[in-house]
Design a protein around this ligand. Structure first.
Ligand SMILES: NC(=O)c1ccc[n+]([C@@H]2O[C@H](COP(=O)([O-])OP(=O)(O)OC[C@H]3O[C@@H](n4cnc5c(N)ncnc54)[C@H](OP(=O)(O)O)[C@@H]3O)[C@@H](O)[C@H]2O)c1
Length: 250
């Protein structure tokens, strides 16, 4: 029997995605370049990133230990962890502004989202899916999804590394990023993240995978547009031909 929490949490994620998408055009999450007072207590950004992303690292592993998944489930777990080990453990230690204030409210919201999202994705993979056999992992759908995920992974990490390289000793300000996909767009790290979870949705071919992809777009597209606008307003020499998140298009 399906755990009754599963459909409720999945429905919540699917319903919240368009709500968040619309809200984020009116409210900008107060962290990073958009940090501002009036949002209650704050944490250091390093602590916030580690806490916020930790459910996506810990919960699927605990679920795997409890449910002894088959080889297909373990392959998806490894792919997922390749992203979340980096995001929850490596990224916070490499961040170029580790002591910057990060809203406790935003951290808590991210923590809750990561709990729900990891749970529904791995509940489906470990307890409901019956199609992850050998033929699935040699199918065009899985291979295409995996390649999109891997491409997004490389774009995301490379773009974040280019941003880090802008801040040397004593330089805590913002500069115009150059190189990589920054030649064409203002937020290639977000494009990479969206591609990763688009590839994931294709690979797992599940409603929770699709919900995660939609939520990532809802979360990152409005912020990418705001970042693009912010660059244009902050730097008079910002390249005019650069788009927000889709090269040559948008
Ligand atoms: N799956 C999701 O829904 C989701 C949601 C949010 C973030 N993420 C991922 O998490 C990562 C971080 O996200 P983010 O929103 O913090 O990205 P971001 O705004 O691009 O910032 C990333 C890092 O680079 C620094 N930075 C940004 N622009 C800079 C510039 N022009 N000059 C110098 N330093 C600059 C930032 O410093 P400051 O902190 O000082 O601004 C921050 O340390 C990204 O890979 C993103 O894809 C995923």
């Amino acid at each position: 029997m399906v755990n009754p929490y599963y459909p409720v949490l999945l429905a919540a994620e699917l319903i919240l995605a368009p709500v968040v998408f619309i809200l984020l055009f009116f409210i900008t999450a107060p962290y990073g370049r958009f940090d501002r007072r009036g949002w209650g207590p704050v944490l250091s950004s390093r602590t916030a990133w580690m806490l916020m992303e930790s459910p996506s690292l810990v919960l699927p592993v605990l679920m795997a230990l409890r449910s002894s998944p088959n080889a297909g489930g373990l392959i998806f777990l490894l792919i997922w962890l390749s992203h979340y080990f980096h995001r929850a453990v490596i990224y916070p230690f490499r961040i170029s502004s580790p002591g910057k204030p990060f809203s406790l409210l935003i951290m808590s919201w991210g923590f809750l989202f990561n709990m729900i999202n990891s749970y529904v994705n791995f509940y489906f993979i470990f307890h409901m899916a019956t199609h992850y056999d050998f033929s699935w992992f040699t199918s065009t759908r899985f291979i295409a999804g995996f390649l999109i995920f891997a491409g997004g992974y490389l774009i995301n990490k490379h773009s974040d590394a280019l941003l880090r390289s802008l801040r040397g000793e004593g330089n805590r300000g913002y500069s115009i990023p150059e190189g990589g996909l920054y030649r064409w767009i203002s937020a290639p790290n977000y494009l990479g993240e969206i591609l990763e979870w688009g590839g994931w949705a294709l690979m797992v071919w599940s409603l929770p995978g699709t919900a995660f992809f939609l939520f990532t777009v809802a979360n990152l597209l409005p912020r990418a547009m705001k970042i693009h606008k912010w660059y244009g307003e902050t730097f008079s020499s910002y390249p005019e031909e650069r788009k927000a998140i889709i090269p040559f298009f948008f």
